[in-house]
Design a protein around this ligand. Structure first.
Ligand code: ASP
Length: 310
């Protein structure tokens, strides 16, 4: 008999009100979420690894301009795109991450490459790009990443001299760091997270998404977690690892651990956002303290859900 398997995805948390969403736009978001979820689920059902599933699901979200990752990445202060991503597997606690990388179509695949073929875990900037070229990653031109709405967001942020989180209350239009967590038929969990970061970011700002333990974490003894929200708080709260620690050291269930971290610890330091998580039994949790989070889950038990609002 096949062992149970599950996948959950997110496309960012934030101020997401139904009143700001047309039926057409909502359908477009749901279509991409469904596609990403289905691709990840299918690969699990064919007997492939949780790592394959999270990479595939996140790539599908990166390829859509609707989300702030890959193609839809926000503009930096200098008008470029600097993408961050990380991936981790729960069996051997192996991980790979890249930050501040420009021109790569699927940053999550580059993070996986770092994990699999380099002797390192985390590569940044031009060095990460050199590594990408050595490993036959092709780069896309700036045109590929151009999106009119992202451009307008950047112009507004420039005018106001602000740095905006994609899910900031001021920006109700688009949200969108993306992530996936999965449990495969062999009992292994994995997590992947990818983002364009904050609109108008400068000084080489890096958020939580590529930081193992903060925005992304996987451990077969506990869970796999992918986060989205105000990265600075997720870094300070070591959020993804905190969920795992509550399970490992305090015996919390997945649901209890996610709730404690997102609704209590994170809020106490002023952090807004959410996370998705899966445990080795296939339980999933989609927890957020914002108005909404683009999210979805699909399990071998037949359970399936796609949601946006609270
Ligand atoms: N956590 C991401 C960052 O701070 C942003 C997000 O989740 O939307 O870069």
């Amino acid at each position: 008999m096949k062992k149970p398997f599950s996948i959950a995805i997110h496309g960012g948390a934030g101020t997401i009100h139904k009143s700001h969403m047309s039926a057409k736009k909502e359908a477009a978001y749901k279509a991409v979420l469904t596609l990403a979820l289905q691709q990840g689920y299918n690969t699990l059902s064919e007997g492939n690894s949780a790592l394959d599933a999270v990479e595939l699901a996140v790539s599908a979200l990166e390829n859509s301009p609707l989300f702030n990752a890959g193609k839809g990445s926000v503009f930096t202060h200098d008008g470029t795109h600097e993408m961050d991503a990380s991936i981790m597997e729960g069996k051997g606690l192996k991980g790979g991450a890249i930050a501040g990388v420009n021109g790569i179509k699927n940053p999550i695949s580059l993070a996986r490459k770092v994990m699999e073929v380099s002797e390192h875990v985390f590569l940044a900037g031009t060095g990460a790009l050199d590594f990408a070229k050595e490993n036959q990653f092709t780069t896309e031109s700036d045109d590929y990443f151009y999106d009119e709405l992202r451009y307008q967001q950047w112009q507004e942020a420039l005018e106001n001299d602000t740095v905006q989180l994609d899910h900031s209350p001021l920006k109700e239009n688009k949200f969108g760091t993306v992530g996936a967590v999965a449990l495969d038929q062999y009992g292994n969990v994995a997590a992947a997270t990818s983002t364009g970061g904050m609109t108008n970011k400068k000084y080489g700002r890096i958020g939580d998404s590529p930081i193992l333990g903060s925005g992304n974490y996987a451990n077969n003894n506990t869970c796999a977690v992918s986060c989205t929200g105000s990265g600075e708080f997720f870094i300070r709260g070591v959020v993804a690892y905190d969920v795992s620690c509550l399970i490992e050291y305090k015996g919390y269930t997945l649901a209890e651990a996610c709730k404690e971290v997102v609704q209590n610890r994170l809020l106490k330091i002023g952090g807004d956002g959410g996370l998705i998580a899966v445990d080795p039994n296939g339980n999933t949790c989609l927890e957020f303290n914002t108005d909404g989070m683009y999210r979805g889950v699909k399990k071998s038990t037949g359970e399936e859900f796609i949601g946006i609002y609270k």
